[in-house]
Design a protein around this ligand. Structure first.
Ligand SMILES: [Fe+2]
Length: 276
């Protein structure tokens, strides 16, 4: 699949430019930066490899991961090892924090029980090196752009990896979730749904989920998982900013095989969540 949405060639009228208009035009316009942003891999190595192959074709300068890397999927150790090899900044997601301090579910909801058992299995697959890597994750990561602006990365919000920001979050709530923070682009994951939204002079980007993207019903409940891996590319070039949302199809045969060979509990149910 190709680009879902290419937007916003912000020209000289963009307020950020006005604010920084005293800077040398030759410096500002002569620099380019392309950043791949991805989130919520959820121990799905097949999906991670799919986006990495897609990213390789796009000559990015940098990658950043917004967290939730190794819970709720069949290849937690392998996924972490792949990320260690990438040597990129990673934000601490709520699922990463759970792996560091597991709190198994003890209620009566059958779905939560299944997910909790899968997550406990994930934690048991990790080596000391894996845990050491998880402990390096940061609450926020800030990447300077070739101007006086930056890309601010978080998982839920800059304040908490369990906060939820969606296209429908009321403006007043958004103010409290982001107040005190300023960046040209702010990017978080957690909802597993791609999103673009304006907030004051910032653009909010949610790159969706690499390994556990899903479709929501009107009630807000998940209906099924989607057979593709999602991420986003941020481009700053010649005075323009653009955001590209990517969908990369999953090799479902390889994906099912990896899951069924993993030893993860509830594998048949887990694979069945991808209805395609
Ligand atoms: Fe997640």
């Amino acid at each position: 699949m190709g680009d879902l949405r290419c937007i916003n060639a912000f020209g000289p009228g963009f307020p950020g430019h006005l604010r920084h208009s005293q800077r040398s035009t030759s410096v500002r316009l002569g620099l380019k930066m392309r950043i791949a942003i991805f989130s919520d891999v959820h121990a799905n190595l097949v999906a991670l490899e799919a986006i990495l192959a897609d990213i390789r074709q796009r000559a990015v300068d940098q990658m950043v991961c917004l967290g939730d890397v190794a819970a709720s999927g069949p290849q937690p150790h392998e996924t972490i090892q792949r990320l260690i090899g990438l040597q990129i900044p990673v934000v601490m997601g709520n699922a990463d924090a759970w792996l560091l301090e597991p709190q198994p579910y003890s209620g009566e909801n059958a779905l939560y029980q299944k997910v909790s058992e899968i997550d406990s299995w994930c934690a048991n697959q990790l080596t000391e090196e894996d845990f050491k890597f998880l402990r390096t994750f940061q609450a926020t990561v800030e990447i300077p752009l070739p101007m006086e602006g930056s890309l601010l990365c978080y998982h839920g919000s800059p304040y908490s990896n369990t906060d939820v920001i969606t296209a429908g979050t009321p403006d007043d709530d958004l103010e409290s979730l982001l107040s005190g923070f300023q960046a040209l682009v702010m990017s978080g994951g957690h909802t597993h749904v791609q999103m673009l939204r304006r907030y004051r002079e910032s653009i909010l980007v949610n790159p969706g989920s690499v390994g556990l993207g899903y479709e929501l019903e009107k009630s807000g409940e998940k209906s099924h998982n989607v057979p593709w891996a999602e991420y986003a590319i941020l481009d700053w070039a010649a005075g323009s900013l653009s955001v590209t949302f990517r969908r990369v199809p999953l090799d479902l045969t390889m994906f099912r095989q990896a899951a069924l060979q993993s030893g993860m509990p509830h594998t048949t149910w887990w694979v069945g969540e991808w209805c395609a």
